[in-house]
Design a protein around this ligand. Structure first.
Ligand SMILES: [Zn+2]
Length: 112
């Protein structure tokens, strides 16, 4: 067992977990039960993702690095065009109604 990722939120941890699972890496989320008690605990006790087999560490880290890069590229929060729900920047699809994010860059392609 080894921690490969310390998440900002349970949703964040779950996204990483899904990516590791789809790559066939056995992994679990830990610490999510503490989230409800924030205020009584140090801030660094948020959810974390742990791999079962330490041999998967390098592969897991490379998947997580890709994920983090992806977060930085699309970090701005957005509002769903369909149902007006606020969305986190790392979602490409509305969690509420399934509407895809409309990328402003896609509508005005830069011609080089
Ligand atoms: Zn929506």
């Amino acid at each position: 067992m080894r921690i490969v990722y310390t998440a900002a939120s349970v949703i964040d941890a779950q996204l990483v977990l899904d990516k590791l699972h789809s790559a066939g890496i056995e992994s679990i989320m830990t610490g999510q039960q503490l989230v409800g008690a924030i205020g009584e605990l140090p801030a660094n006790l948020g959810p974390a993702v742990q791999i079962i087999d330490n041999e998967d560490f390098l592969l897991a880290r490379s998947i997580i690095e890709d994920y983090e890069e992806c977060l930085q590229e699309s970090g701005e929060n957005w509002i769903c065009e369909n149902c007006s729900e606020p969305q986190q920047g790392n979602f490409h699809q509305c969690w509420n109604c399934g509407q895809m994010k409309i990328d402003p860059r896609a509508e005005t392609p830069e011609i080089k």
